[in-house]
Design a protein around this ligand. Structure first.
Ligand SMILES: [Cu+2]
Length: 172
């Protein structure tokens, strides 16, 4: 049942990121590699323990689209490794941690059941085309200008609340 559920979600994920969104994300990734300074409009900065979370945003969703993508940056200023283990939001039945990567021109997505590692002294960025939060069974599709509250749970640092600003469907 879990596998079937995930298969369905993955299909929806692919649909959510299909077409121009993928091309856009891919261009963004290329641009970042080349040192472009275009970054999404940053939201609030929150801290918990040795962690600093910033740049949180979500993409606007199309009407009827049941899944949405969320993104943020976690900086670990401490000397011990941590891990983002789970995320909840009142706006979605479930929030999964996903990874997306382009392999032979095919965008593949998988759920990271063990969470996302945030090694000591490092900064981990969840961004379009890579690591992301996947909001499942979203009741009201995110609209540009909306705010989506989330609670992040880290293995060592504990829980922290963050508000994601909803940007356009292209994440800008
Ligand atoms: Cu996903």
């Amino acid at each position: 049942m879990k596998i079937r559920t995930f298969g369905f979600a993955a299909l929806l994920c692919s649909a959510a990121f299909a077409g121009s969104a993928i091309a856009q994300d891919h261009q963004t990734m290329q641009g970042m590699k080349m040192g472009s300074m275009t970054m999404p409009a940053g939201g609030e900065v929150v801290g918990v323990g040795d962690l600093e979370i910033s740049g949180g945003f979500a993409k606007a969703m199309l009407p009827g689209q049941p899944v949405g993508g969320g993104f943020l940056t976690v900086k670990n200023k401490g000397s011990s490794d941590d891990r983002l283990v789970s995320v909840t939001s009142p706006n979605a039945d479930e929030v999964q941690l996903h990874e997306m990567a382009m392999t032979d021109n095919v965008m593949k997505m998988r759920e990271l059941k063990d969470g996302i590692a945030v090694p000591a002294g490092q900064t981990v960025t969840l961004a379009p085309g890579g690591l992301h939060l996947m909001f499942q069974k979203v009741k009201t599709p995110f609209k540009q200008g909306d705010k989506v509250p989330v609670t992040l749970s880290f293995e060592k640092a504990g829980k922290v609340d963050l508000v994601l600003n909803v940007l356009s469907a292209q994440g800008k």
